[in-house]
Design a protein around this ligand. Structure first.
Ligand code: NVA
Length: 304
């Protein structure tokens, strides 16, 4: 890890995705190091969570530590008190902050006001812990991360952004298909492109899902209405309708493609009824791997 925090995939050393995945793979098979013994992790969540909260709580426990869960109604980040005060108070009381926030800038303000490690548990800009669990899942199934093609179909959102950065770092091709208005933010696209120029991976965007998914090794999708976008629900459902991942679209991928979704998933919206249980689906393995990837992240940040 370059600094004390894990707010984006860029916080890993260059080509660090594969290293982290290998460490996470070890965490899955061996007993995790007790680097959190006598340590407390604050889980500060402005948005709902199932996988992230449970996998962090279980991971912290497996590594000998304790968690305190703080919901937004208790903390009121930036409203009841500024992020800087929250960070300075937690700094005196706990050993690590894991935060899920609406605005990525809240994470940056927390991180700037404490020496504690701050981990991004999802923001509007990215979900790097998810991307690390996903790369572990791809590695387990394909034995490599390089020379593969991941097609992301749908919204160029936080999940797509972190995957684009992770793919670029790991030498995996990343192909996004989204409506014109829902491409990745320019800043993320540019920075992924900079990295991919070094590693030789290809980044592509197309409005045509069939073009993007052609010969893909991994087919990935996410909700069309992310937390915080609820007011745009009707408009989004209409615009994204041609981007559903279903049995006929995946015919264009390689026969041994992996189907991935970070969940929660909406059958009848971004996926057809049968996709989660498709023979190529690894979605539940992906959910479990959040646990192992996050243990590897915490070990990196807290074992020194
Ligand atoms: N893009 C989704 C991911 C949920 C894990 C959201 O931000 O709501």
């Amino acid at each position: 890890m370059i600094g004390k925090d894990f707010l984006t995939v860029h916080d890993l050393e260059p080509s660090g995705v594969l290293d982290l995945v290998k460490k996470a793979n070890l965490m899955k098979t061996a007993s995790p190091p007790q680097v959190l013994a006598n340590k407390t992790v604050a889980l500060l969540f402005e948005k709902p969570s199932l996988r992230t909260r449970v996998s962090f709580e279980v991971g912290v426990k497996q590594m000998g530590g304790t968690c305190i869960f703080l919901s937004n109604s208790e903390v009121g980040l930036g409203i009841r008190e500024p992020e800087s005060d929250v960070a300075k108070v937690l700094d005196r009381l706990v050993d690590c902050i894991v935060a899920r926030v609406f605005s990525h800038s809240s994470l940056e303000k927390l991180a700037a006001n404490t020496d504690l490690p701050v981990i991004n548990a999802l923001s509007d800009k990215g979900h790097p812990c998810q991307a690390m669990g996903d790369c572990l899942t791809i590695f387990e199934n394909k034995g490599t991360l390089s020379n593969l093609k991941l097609a992301f179909i749908g919204d160029g959102n936080n999940i797509a952004g972190s995957l684009a950065l992770a793919c670029a770092d790991a030498g995996m091709d990343f192909s996004l298909s989204s409506p014109e208005k829902y491409q990745l933010p320019n800043e993320i696209w540019q920075s992924a492109q900079k990295v991919s120029a070094e590693t030789g991976s290809k980044l592509q965007w197309s409005t045509d899902p069939k073009e993007a998914i052609q010969d893909a090794d991994v087919v990935y999708t996410d909700v069309w209405v992310s937390m915080g976008d609820e007011e745009e629900r009707e408009e989004r459902l209409n615009t994204f309708a041609p981007y559903q991942v279903n049995e006929s679209l995946v015919e264009y991928a390689k026969p041994d493609f992996l189907f991935m979704h970070d969940m929660p998933a909406h059958r009848g919206e971004e996926i057809s009824e049968g996709m989660l249980d498709h023979k190529n689906s690894v979605v539940y393995q992906q959910a479990e791997n959040r646990l192992h990837a996050q243990k590897a992240i915490m070990a990196e940040l807290l074992s020194g």
